[in-house]
Design a protein around this ligand. Structure first.
Ligand SMILES: Nc1ncnc2c1ncn2[C@@H]1O[C@H](COP(=O)(O)OP(=O)(O)OP(=O)(O)O)[C@@H](O)[C@H]1O
Ligand SMILES: O=c1[nH]c(=O)c2[nH+]cn([C@@H]3O[C@H](COP(=O)(O)O)[C@@H](O)[C@H]3O)c2[nH]1
Ligand SMILES: NC(=O)CC[C@H](N)C(=O)O
Ligand SMILES: [Mg+2]
Length: 515
C-alpha cells in the first residue's frame, strides 16, 4: 500500500470531486476519493492527514441527503467542508442550515474577516465562485466566522481548536481567484503536510496497485495506440509485471496517413516490450458499412476493439486482464452509459463503448488523471517529446471525423486532407500551442470550377483547437497565410474535395470531434 501521508476527499455527489483531487495533487499532496459509504474504511486504510468534504446537489435537511458517518469528525485530523460539506458539518455539529432567501451562483465578492487557517495571508475582498441555494444561518458552537459576502453572512467559518473549517464557495474552480491558496493553506498549514508527492510517486503507487490486481501469474493484454496515454500506461505496466505484459496495436483502418509505420518505429526506438501489430481494418470497415449514426459507430468500434483484444488474449495462458490508457475525461463524457448521473455526451470507445460482457478485468492506471498530469508522468519516465507532446488522436479515429458513412474511399480522402493540415501546421511550428489540429470530411457536395470545368465534390472542415484538458476548448486563431496554404493544398492535391471551411466553434457548446 501507499505509505504517503494524504487527504481523503469524500465525494457527496459533486461534479468537482476530480477537480478537487487535481488541485490537491497540484499541491503535491497525495489524496484518495471515496463516496460517503466508503469514507471510513478508506480513511482507516490511509495514512490520513486530513479530510475534505465535497459539495453536492442535495440539501442537508432533505430526506435522502447523503449521510456521512459522523466518525469522520472523530479521526483527530482536520476537516474542510466545501458547500454541502460545510452545511453537513454545521447541521451535524449543532448549527442550522436553511434554504437561503437569495440563491448565489457564479462570481461573488467575499470579504475575509479573519485571515486564519485556510485564509492565512488573504485579507479584504476576493472573488470567489459560489453555487448554492442553502446557507448556514447559525454556526455550531466553537466556530467563528472567517469570511462573509453580501448574501452569505457565513461564507467561511472555522474552529481552530478542532481544526474544522467550512467554506461556502468552491476553491477548486479556477474562477475562485485565491482558491489555490485556500487549498494549499489547508493542506500545508492546517494539516501540516509537506507537499512532497510527485509524478514519480504516482508511478510507484500505480505499480503497486497493478501488481496487487494482476497477482503473481496474471498476464495483461494492453491496447497500445502509440498515443500518450497508452504509452505511459504501457511503461507503468511493464515496470510492474515485466514480460507478462503484451501490447496490441490495432490497425482499425481508421488511422491517419502513415500512422502504423510511425507507431512501429516510435515503439522500436523508445519502448522495448512485447508488441503485436494486428491488421483488423477489414473487420472494422465491414462493421461500419451503411452506418451513419455517431453513437452507433462508436459502439460498433468499441465492440470490435474488444473482440480483437479477446482474440489476442487467447494466445496467452493467463491473460484475463485488459489494460487501456483511459483518462478521467474519457470517463466523464461516457459515464451515464455506465449508470452515472451526468449526461452522455459521447461514448468513448474505451469506456461507454465497451460491451457489457467484457469477460476481462480492466487495468487502467490513468483513469483518475488529466492529460497534462499524464504528460508530466511521461516526462518523468524519460519519454521523448515526440511521444509525450503528440496531439491526441481518438481511438475511433477517422470514423468520427468522416460524417456519414465510412467507406475505404472516404477514409482515403480524409487521410489526405488531414495529412495536409498536419504538415502545414507543423512546418509553421504552430503546433506547440495547439491541443489538436485535423481535418473533418463533410458528407455534402458543392459546385466548383477547376480548369474551366465544373466540379461537384465534397467539403472538408479544418478543426484546430487550444485546450488544457479537453473538457473545454477554444478554436485557434491561426495565421491567415497558414490557413490559405492549407486550403490551397487540400483543394489542389486532394481529388474529391473542392471546398475547405474553417470550424470556429468552441467547446462547449460544440465538442472537439464532430461526432
Ligand atoms: N489503434 C489502437 N490500438 C490499440 N489500442 C487502442 C487503439 N486506439 C486506442 N486504443 C486504446 O484506447 C485507449 C484510449 O484512446 P486514447 O486515444 O484516449 O488514448 P491514447 O491513444 O493512448 O492517447 P492519445 O490521447 O494521445 O491519443 C488507448 O489508451 C488505448 O488503450
Ligand atoms: O480515445 C478516445 N476515444 C474516443 O472515443 C474519443 N472521443 C473523443 N476523444 C478525444 O477526447 C477529447 C474530447 O473530445 P470531444 O470534445 O470531441 O468530446 C478530444 O481530444 C478527442 O479527440 C476520444 N478519445
Ligand atoms: N454546491 C453545493 O454543494 C450545493 C449544496 C446545496 N445543495 C445548496 O444548494 O446549498
Ligand atoms: Mg489515441
Amino acid at each position: 500500500m501507499n505509505d504517503s501521508k494524504g487527504v481523503l476527499i469524500v465525494d457527496l455527489g459533486t461534479q468537482y470531486a476530480q477537480l478537487i483531487a487535481r488541485r490537491v495533487r497540484e499541491s503535491q499532496v497525495w489524496c484518495e476519493i471515496a463516496p460517503a459509504k466508503d469514507a471510513l474504511a478508506t480513511a482507516r486504510r490511509m495514512d490520513l492527514a486530513g479530510v475534505i468534504l465535497s459539495g453536492g446537489p442535495a440539501s442537508v435537511y432533505a430526506e435522502g441527503a447523503p449521510e456521512i458517518p459522523t466518525e469522520v469528525l472523530e479521526l483527530g485530523v482536520p476537516v474542510l467542508g466545501i458547500c454541502y460539506g460545510m452545511q453537513w458539518m454545521t447541521q451535524t455539529l449543532g448549527g442550522t442550515v436553511e434554504a437561503a432567501g437569495k440563491r448565489e451562483f457564479g462570481r461573488t465578492s467575499m470579504r475575509v474577516l479573519d485571515p486564519a487557517g485556510p485564509f492565512a495571508g488573504i485579507s479584504g475582498h476576493t472573488v470567489v465562485w459560489m453555487s448554492h441555494g442553502d446557507s448556514v444561518t447559525a454556526m455550531p458552537p466553537g466556530f467563528s466566522v472567517l469570511a462573509e459576502s453580501d448574501t452569505c453572512p457565513f461564507a467561511a467559518m472555522g474552529d481552530a481548536d478542532r481544526r474544522f473549517y467550512g467554506i461556502q464557495f468552491h476553491p477548486e474552480v479556477s474562477h475562485s481567484v485565491r482558491g489555490r491558496e485556500v487549498i494549499e493553506n489547508f493542506l500545508y498549514r492546517v494539516c501540516g503536510l509537506e507537499g512532497d508527492w510527485s509524478p514519480q510517486n504516482i508511478v510507484e503507487h500505480q505499480i503497486e496497485k497493478v501488481r496487487a490486481q494482476v497477482g503473481e501469474t496474471g498476464e495483461v493484454v494492453l491496447g497500445l495506440s502509440g498515443g500518450v496515454d497508452s504509452s505511459v500506461a504501457a511503461m507503468i505496466l511493464h515496470q510492474a509485471i515485466g514480460d507478462r505484459l503484451h501490447c496490441i496495436f490495432v490497425d482499425n483502418g481508421l488511422l491517419r496517413k502513415g500512422e502504423s509505420e510511425a507507431v512501429e518505429r516510435l515503439f522500436g526506438e523508445h519502448l522495448h516490450m512485447d508488441l503485436t501489430m494486428v491488421d483488423a481494418s477489414e473487420r472494422f470497415l465491414a462493421s461500419l458499412a451503411g452506418v451513419t449514426d455517431p453513437e452507433t459507430k462508436r459502439k460498433l468500434i468499441g465492440r470490435d476493439f474488444v473482440e480483437v483484444f479477446r482474440e489476442q488474449a487467447r494466445r496467452f495462458e493467463n491473460a484475463n486482464f485488459l489494460a487501456q490508457g483511459t483518462l478521467y475525461p474519457d470517463v466523464i463524457e461516457s459515464v451515464a452509459a455506465h449508470g452515472g448521473n451526468t449526461a452522455v455526451i459521447k461514448s468513448h470507445h474505451n469506456v461507454g463503448g465497451l460491451p457489457e460482457d467484457l469477460e476481462m478485468d480492466l487495468v487502467e492506471p490513468l483513469r483518475e488523471l488529466f492529460k497534462d498530469e499524464v504528460r508530466a508522468i511521461g516526462r518523468t519516465l524519460g519519454m521523448p517529446s515526440s511521444l509525450v507532446d503528440r496531439q491526441p488522436f481518438p481511438g475511433p479515429g477517422l470514423a468520427v471525423r468522416i460524417l456519414g458513412e465510412v467507406t475505404p474511399a472516404q477514409v482515403a480522402l480524409c487521410q489526405e486532407a488531414d495529412a495536409v493540415v498536419r504538415e502545414e501546421i507543423e512546418a509553421a511550428g504552430a503546433h506547440h500551442t495547439l491541443w489538436q489540429y485535423f481535418a473533418v470530411l463533410l458528407p455534402i457536395r458543392s459546385v466548383g470550377v477547376m480548369g474551366d470545368a465544373r466540379t461537384y465534390e465534397q467539403a472538408a472542415a479544418i478543426r484546430v483547437v487550444e485546450s488544457l484538458d479537453a473538457m473545454t476548448a477554444d478554436w485557434a486563431h491561426l495565421d491567415h497565410e497558414l490557413l490559405a496554404r492549407i486550403s490551397n493544398r487540400i483543394i489542389n492535391e486532394v481529388r474529391g474535395i473542392n471546398r475547405v471551411v474553417l470550424d470556429i466553434s468552441s467547446k462547449p457548446p460544440a465538442t472537439i470531434e464532430w461526432e
